[in-house]
Design a protein around this ligand. Structure first.
Ligand SMILES: Nc1nc2c(c(=O)[nH]1)N[C@H]1C(S)=C(S)[C@@H](COP(=O)(O)O)O[C@H]1N2
Ligand SMILES: [Mo]
Length: 439
């Protein structure tokens, strides 16, 4: 069983699509939920999971999940994403516990999922015939490319890019903001292979009045209403034309996992990950700020001027989030460890700073009174996160917290506790803290 789970979702799909579908989503009925989890055809598979044949399987009402599962406190698992904490099942949202983000390059199975709608179904995707349309009022020559054409026509580029959901850290704000209550794990930094958006747009021709691009993906609205779009965001031309803005078909040298945008996605590293469109079907070049779903109103916007907690801010006073703020995480050790006082504790993690670089990283073990400089590596390429490590000593036994604080090339530092409150709970870049019990 464990072995099976370790295999990639794609492999499982190839072998037995129904089983995979059911295991991951119960898709033939509902997306995965604790309540409406299985349909009858899944019961055989369920038998393998509970570790025994279910003699009365046929009597079990569809949608019931065996008590063996329902009564466990264990977090629900998404196949191919083991260990991620599922925050929501419709749409699927799952974050990575910080200690599982320890790799320099985030593996596919550790990469968080933030879906706004229902992803296209795996069986309906054929990477050989998948098309990407380039259009919009500020595109000179609208064109459609197949995925193989994109690969062939334009220079292939591989870059490590950090992606963080704009709402990462939302759970800490008070008064609370609606939306997924992300802790610290809606972030990852994988290696992506694709072509530069710039090369593709320049091939089609960009009119002089172009100001923004917008994306459209193949996912569908939760309501099932085909006229509604779950999300269609974008970035200004300046970001779109950067060398690091990619249209990618591979993550860490393999197909992108279905939930991370298979077979093609946009990557605008350093910006709210909502700008990085998944299941990418179309890019429009706009002569105005893109006005797709979740580009307008309060979505992915913060008050242009700081407001006090709880303030209602009118839409006109909300500004679109651009580069993400400086931030860091402690990925080793896991929070809550017990550590022997006589030994020094090696701590490590990553740091990133939107479009900029992290220049210094400090750690504290006394709630932020004294800070010690950590060793910090440069990024492997622009917009890749940076690795840091430090050694911490503890003067006596007791409860400690190790805090990490990054400072970026503009001189901005992470706030120790919480940054400014905002209505939708975005951009929480407070210092990450881990608990250490010294004995
Ligand atoms: N088509 C499409 N693109 C999308 C989304 C989506 O729901 N549909 N979610 C966005 C948001 S809000 C985030 S944070 C990132 C998450 O990327 P991931 O699921 O690969 O981690 O994808 C972005 N791109
Ligand atoms: Mo997001």
């Amino acid at each position: 069983m464990a072995k099976k789970i370790e295999r990639g979702i794609h492999e499982l799909y190839a072998e037995d699509p129904e089983k995979a579908d059911w295991l991951v989503w119960g898709r033939k009925t509902d997306p995965m939920t604790r309540r409406g989890f299985i349909k009858k055809s899944g019961l055989l598979v369920m038998g393998t999971i509970v570790g025994a044949n279910i003699p009365f399987a046929n009597n079990m009402p569809g949608g019931l999940i065996p008590a063996a599962f329902a009564q466990t406190d264990e977090p629900f698992q998404i196949l191919g994403k083991e260990g991620l904490i599922v925050l929501n099942d419709k749409p699927v949202n799952a974050e990575t516990p910080p200690h599982l983000l320890d790799d320099d390059i985030t593996p596919a199975n550790r990469f968080f999922i933030r879906n706004n709608g229902i992803p296209p179904s795996f069986e309906d995707i054929n990477p050989d015939t998948w098309t990407l349309e380039i259009a919009g009022e500020s595109c000179e020559n609208p064109l459609t490319f197949t995925l193989p054409e994109l690969k062939q026509k334009f220079e292939n580029v591989t870059l490590q890019l950090h992606l963080e959901c704009g709402g990462n850290g939302r759970s800490e704000y008070n008064p609370p903001a609606k939306g997924n209550q992300w802790s610290v794990g809606a972030v990852g930094c994988a290696q992506w292979t694709g072509v530069r958006l710039k090369d593709v747009l320049e091939f089609c021709g960009i009119k002089t009045d172009a100001v923004y691009i917008g994306y459209y993906g193949a996912d569908t609205h939760l309501s099932g209403d085909p006229t509604k779009i779950p999300i269609s965001r974008g970035v200004p031309m300046s970001k779109a034309l950067e060398n690091e803005t990619l249209i990618a078909w591979a993550m860490n040298g393999a197909d992108i996992p279905l939930h991370n945008g298979y077979p093609l996605r946009l990557l605008c590293g350093g910006w709210p990950a909502s700008a990085s469109g998944k299941w990418l079907k179309k890019i429009v070049v706009r002569n105005q700020v893109h006005d797709g779903t979740k580009m307008t109103g309060q979505a992915y916007r913060v008050p242009c001027e700081t407001v006090s907690a709880g303030t209602k801010v009118p839409d006109e006073e909300m500004c679109i989030i651009k580069s993400m703020p400086v931030k860091s995480i402690v990925t080793f050790p896991k929070s809550g460890i017990i550590h022997k006082q006589a030994k020094k504790l090696a701590v490590r993690g990553h740091a990133w700073a939107g479009d900029f670089e992290v220049t210094e990283l400090y750690v504290s073990n006394d709630f932020g009174v004294r800070w010690h400089k950590a060793e910090l590596k440069p990024p492997v390429n622009r917009l890749a996160w940076q690795h840091w490590q430090a050694t911490v000593e503890f003067p006596k036994t007791g409860y400690y917290e190790v805090w990490a604080k990054a400072i970026d090339s503009l001189g901005n530092s992470q706030p120790m506790v919480l940054p400014g409150w905002n209505p939708k709970g975005y951009l929480n870049n407070a210092c990450h803290r881990i608990a250490v019990q010294v004995v």
